[in-house]
Design a binder for this molecule. Structure first.
Ligand SMILES: NC(=O)c1ccc[n+]([C@@H]2O[C@H](COP(=O)([O-])OP(=O)(O)OC[C@H]3O[C@@H](n4cnc5c(N)ncnc54)[C@H](O)[C@@H]3O)[C@@H](O)[C@H]2O)c1
Length: 257
């Protein structure tokens, strides 16, 4: 049996992924604010440190997989938390757990980014330099002072920088023998999406995007791709971002790949 550590497994895509990975015979050590083996708040430095320490206490010196699903949407009240959870809640766990993954069996990791990661270019991402430099307070202040569009900036900016952060790790992780990929989901029926649809600032623009497949995704449709990326069937997939959006990206940016 292999041990896979997951963040954000309480609801939505994370809960569906937990189910799929358990069905494939893996043992899950979940990190979340509720309904998980490790209860921790990834929006704070202290919470992330505690999550790492608690996981290490449970797993010892090795783990076989890592799936990072924890995330907050643009409608989140404390918009600084979007940056903290989406970016630092993923990158800090990646770096802390690489030594354990190196000791695992056929180790792999998947990070949940978003189609929003491609909504702005890294060199035009206002948050990029602060996030890359690890300046969490600065990035939080930027989105908190951005007014009505602070949520969109926090979400797209953090997901863009997250995908880039993962891609920049591809060389070192490949040499370490640990496969690392992201998925970029489009609109998926989860509590996060429902909260976005109900928000007067963002609801209409989210609802307007109807993919060519004519419906939003079920969380299980993300989980099946994550389970594939975590499996040996994906043994040569590394440093990739797999877009799972029912075709929206192809329609919006046919030449942007
Ligand atoms: N639903 C979509 O349409 C969509 C689209 C693109 C990307 N995503 C991404 O997919 C991932 C999963 O989102 P979802 O849609 O399943 O939403 P969700 O709200 O159902 O799940 C998010 C999970 O993260 C956990 N979480 C939130 N804040 C946390 C914190 N401070 N510390 C620890 N855990 C925390 C929640 O408790 C929950 O289990 C997120 O990274 C999200 O950005 C979702």
């Amino acid at each position: 049996m292999s041990i896979i550590v997951m963040s954000g497994c309480a609801t939505g895509i994370g809960a569906a992924t937990r189910k799929a990975l358990e069905a494939a015979g893996h043992q899950i050590v979940g990190i979340d604010v509720r309904d998980a083996e490790v209860i921790a708040d990834l929006s704070t430095c202290e919470g992330r440190r505690q999550a790492v320490a608690d996981v290490q206490a449970r797993c010892g010196k090795s783990m076989d997989g890592l799936v990072l699903c924890a995330g907050l949407g643009p409608q989140t009240k404390r918009v600084g938390n979007v940056v903290s959870v989406n970016y630092f809640g993923a990158t800090e766990l990646l770096d802390a757990f690489l030594p354990l993954l190196r000791q695992g069996r056929q180790p792999a990791a998947v990070v949940i980014s978003s189609v929003a990661s491609a909504h702005l270019a890294f060199d035009k991402n206002p948050l990029a330099s602060a996030l890359e430099a690890g300046e969490e307070d600065k990035a939080r202040a930027m989105v908190e002072q951005a007014g009505e569009q602070g949520g969109n900036l926090a979400y797209a900016g953090s997901k863009n920088a997250l995908t880039v952060a993962v891609r920049k790790r591809a060389a070192a992780w490949g040499q370490a023998g640990v496969r690392l990929n992201t998925i970029a989901p489009g609109a998926t029926e989860t509590p996060l999406l429902q909260a976005g649809l109900q928000d007067p600032r963002y609801g209409e623009s989210i609802a307007r995007f109807v993919p060519p497949l004519g419906r939003r995704a079920d969380p299980a449709e993300m989980a099946s791709v994550i389970a594939f990326l975590m499996s040996e069937a994906a043994s040569y997939v590394h440093g990739a971002q797999i877009v799972i959006d029912g075709g929206i990206d192809a329609v919006m940016r046919p030449a942007g790949f």
